[in-house]
Design a protein around this ligand. Structure first.
Ligand code: SAH
Length: 389
């Protein structure tokens, strides 16, 4: 019996699960039980769902269905507590998902509770006593998730680009990364406050429909508030317009990375198709909600885009916008031909932005030692640090 074109429950919304249960001749409340088991309890097999009768568990499996919680193939644990997971899918492909116990998906200054706390830690509120202590759930753990296997955008400073794009992830595979990590870390939203950033491998706006569906499932079924999520795009302009019209949408971050077309095209070839004028027009037209800012990310490459004159150009570009800038000093990697600027240069760049009234934050590199930081996700398994269990 052909039950559905989709064989895994993860990725199905309530109405799809309800339809499935109807086809199995089951009462309506079974759909609710199944949805809870998949998204809240994060059961890995039908066998583990004790609320369902044994006969139904057996016929679900016999019907070729599975839950589809993706297995964790490897974990790499950083000295700073960051964990980089290699998560596998049935076709042999895998992606990376990163757990950051104290954030730094760039929350500082984003208007959220996590952001406020991040700012205090940076010293802007000065209240260092509120720094989370180890072992407590600090309320600002962040999961960085991937949207594609590899990436097609070809940014010259990013290791994921070296893979090319293999395929899009399904909505279920996007949500599955979150479920796998929550289970492994033994945390459960909404009681445990989890932030999500769509900043892993791939370009979410080139896998738009699956990304949007995943967001809805994460909000409605997994229980993570949309204000705790941020999606970052390299600048797929038509999708920025579409995204502004979504009923449920995370906050928006845009990878700016250069303040003029010549430099941006050199660093991000997609700028040929969607140049800065188009990008800035889309950003200016973007319908911001109360207490919402657009974040612009800016990777600082030593001697390339990190001079005072570049900072001044950024100021001109962003003048009058409700936005903040997240500066990211280059995370180095094999095959990446750029240098990491030193701390003073990063601070000088930040100061120019701030003095012109643009909130600017420096993102702390998380998990550089295990290749888990921004731009380092390339399924690197040959590293000095011993892999976790
Ligand atoms: N494709 C999306 C999502 C990736 S987010 C996007 O481009 O926005 C990853 C962020 O890390 C982006 O802002 C990107 O510009 C930045 N990044 C990429 N490579 C980096 C590197 N080597 N060091 C520091 N940041 C990097």
């Amino acid at each position: 019996m052909q039950l559905s074109t989709q064989s895994s429950l993860l990725g199905m919304d309530r109405s799809q699960v309800a339809e499935l249960m109807e086809r199995f001749g089951e009462p309506g409340y079974r759909a609710q039980q199944l949805v809870e088991a998949v998204y809240r309890q994060r059961a890995e097999s039908f066998e583990k769902i004790s609320t369902l009768p044994q006969s139904l568990r057996a016929s679900l499996s016999a019907g070729g269905l599975s839950i589809g919680l993706p297995p964790i193939e490897q974990r790499f644990i950083s000295q700073d507590g960051t964990v980089r997971y290699l998560i596998g899918f049935p076709d042999g492909q895998s992606v990376e998902t990163v757990w950051m116990p104290e954030g730094d998906g760039g929350e500082a200054g984003d208007g959220s509770e996590a952001g406020d706390q991040a700012e205090r830690i940076e010293g802007f509120g000065g209240d260092l006593d509120r720094r989370p202590r180890q072992g407590q759930n600090p309320g600002r753990s962040t999961i960085c998730i991937s949207s594609q296997v590899g990436c097609a955008v070809d940014c010259q400073f990013c290791m994921t680009a070296l893979l090319g794009v293999k395929r899009n992830l399904t909505a279920g595979e996007i949500v599955g990364q979150v479920c796998a990590v929550l289970k492994d870390q033994q945390v459960s939203p909404p009681e445990d406050r989890i932030n999500l950033v769509f900043m892993g491998m791939g370009e979410p706006f080139l896998n738009y429909d699956n990304f949007v569906k995943a967001v809805r499932l994460l909000v409605e079924e997994v229980g993570i508030a949309e204000r705790r999520m941020t999606v970052s795009t390299a600048g797929i302009v038509p999708r920025i317009h579409d995204f502004g019209g979504e009923r449920i949408r995370p906050k928006l971050a845009i990878s700016l990375n250069a303040p003029n077309d010549a430099l941006r095209t050199q660093l991000m070839p997609l700028n040929r198709k969607w140049n800065l004028e188009m990008l800035m027009a889309a950003a200016k037209a973007y319908p911001l909600r109360t207490r919402e800012w657009i974040t612009f990310e800016y990777v600082l490459l030593g001697g390339v885009n990190d001079a005072a004159e570049h900072a001044k150009e950024v100021v001109e570009l962003l003048r009058g916008m409700r936005c903040k800038v997240n500066l990211i000093a280059l995370n180095p990697g094999a095959g990446i031909d750029f240098a990491t600027p030193d701390t003073e240069r990063v601070a000088a760049f930040q100061t120019i932005l701030r003095n012109s009234g643009i909130p600017a934050y420096v993102r702390r590199p998380r998990g550089r030692d295990i290749y888990a930081a921004c731009g380092q996700l390339k399924r690197t398994v040959e590293i000095a640090t011993a892999p976790g269990p």
